[in-house]
Structures are given as structure tokens and as C-alpha cells.
Design a protein around this ligand. Structure first.
Ligand code: GAR
Length: 204
């Protein structure tokens, strides 16, 4: 008997290159036969990623967050997402800190990709941080989301070699190439039970 497909709610705020990579993995890659895209949601109705999702025929939804209080906005988003019955809420460049109410609504089922080692850099501008500090490598991290900022249990990390990357654009290009494969692979491992979360220690 086939297991039902895991339903993904993909949340984004921008161009959506990770969303596109996930959609492609669902169509013809490592997530094929494991997952389906239940909805692509944005807190910005003008996000390019929403148009890109709609062009693929994926269900989309949005609710503008501008000027809204965090918790009441998040509770409305929870209601919207629940209509799509997601098994996983997949953050793909969703540039909002989630309120505890949101995290609790989907506890243990929210996944994020962070463009740095979450032990070393939390929050925004992680590629700028790697570039400004002339790091010879950085680490892409996929982790479960808890109530802290980039503190949740790590599911997978992959090193990006930055030797010779002498522009920010090149740092981002190399990093995104890793993001686009690592996110889909990690989700596939999570769905099949092969990814085991490890707690970050914040002391490395
Ligand atoms: C990605 O690099 C993602 O890792 C990052 O935003 C970018 C979104 O790009 N997320 C964070 O920085 C979260 N703290 P995309 O819209 O092309 O997927």
C-alpha cells in the first residue's frame, strides 16, 4: 500500500528559488511520490515567488503582514494554512520571526532553511556575514523551528566552499546551489524517518 503524500505548506516572502527547487523535487526529484505542495503562502501579496508558484499551477494564498501585530497576524495565517491540511510547514525565505502561537500550532512540523551554521549566525543577512568576514566556507542548515530565533534542532547541514568567491553574488550563488538540493533531500529524509534532529549547542 502507498503511504499518503505528505502535504507541504511552503511559506515565502521573496523570489522563491527554494520553493521552485522544492516544487521541482516534488514533480520529478527526491520528493516525488513522497510529498505534494498543498499551498504556497506569502506574507507579501506582491512576492515574486507567489507568481512563480501560480505559474506552475500550485495553489497560492497570501495575507499582507505590513502594519499587523505579530500574534494576531500569525493566528490568521494559522487559520489559512489549516484549510490546506499541511503535514509540514516549510519556510523558504519567509522573512518573519514566528510567534509562539504559530510555532505551537504546528509544533515539531515547521522546517526552516538558514543560509549559515545556526551555531554561528542567526537571523538575517547570513551571506553578507560570510562575505564580510571573508569566510573560507559557510554551512547551510536545515532545522526544525522552535520558539527561538534559529535555535531549533538541526536536521542537516552542508558545507559551501567559499574559497575564491570574491563577490557577494558569488557567495550567494554557491550557497543557493547547496540550499536547493539540501532542502529537498532533508525533507525527503524527514518524511521517510531517516533524518534525526540534533540539538544545537551554540558553543562551537
Ligand atoms: C535563502 O537564501 C534562504 O536561505 C534565506 O532567504 C533566501 C530566500 O531565497 N532565508 C533566511 O535568511 C532565513 N533566515 P529564495 O526566496 O530564493 O528561496
Amino acid at each position: 500500500m502507498h503511504k499518503p503524500l505528505a502535504r507541504l505548506a511552503i511559506l515565502l516572502s521573496g523570489r522563491g528559488s527554494n520553493m521552485l527547487a522544492l516544487a521541482e523535487a516534488v514533480r520529478a526529484g527526491v520528493l516525488h511520490g513522497l510529498a505534494e505542495v498543498a499551498v504556497v503562502f506569502s506574507n507579501d501579496p506582491a512576492a515574486l515567488g507567489l507568481d512563480a508558484a501560480a505559474a506552475l499551477g500550485l495553489p497560492t494564498a497570501s495575507l499582507p503582514s505590513k502594519g499587523r501585530k505579530r500574534e494576531s497576524f500569525d493566528l490568521e495565517v494559522v487559520d489559512i494554512l489549516r484549510e490546506y491540511r499541511p503535514n509540514y510547514v516549510v519556510l523558504a525565505g519567509y522573512m518573519r520571526v514566528l510567534s509562539p502561537a504559530f510555532v505551537r500550532a504546528f509544533a515539531g512540523r515547521i522546517i526552516n532553511i538558514h543560509p549559515a551554521d545556526t551555531h554561528q549566525h542567526q537571523g538575517l543577512h547570513a551571506y553578507e556575514w560570510a562575505f564580510d568576514n571573508r569566510l573560507s566556507e559557510t554551512k547551510i542548515t536545515v532545522h526544525l523551528v522552535d520558539e527561538g530565533l534559529d535555535t531549533g534542532p538541526i536536521l542537516a547541514q552542508e558545507v559551501v566552499n567559499l574559497i575564491g568567491a570574491d563577490t557577494l553574488a558569488e557567495v550567494q550563488r554557491r550557497g543557493l546551489a547547496v540550499e536547493h538540493t539540501l532542502y529537498a533531500e532533508t525533507l525527503a529524509n524527514l518524511i521517510t524517518g531517516a533524518a534525526i534532529p540534533t540539538l544545537p549547542t551554540h558553543n562551537s
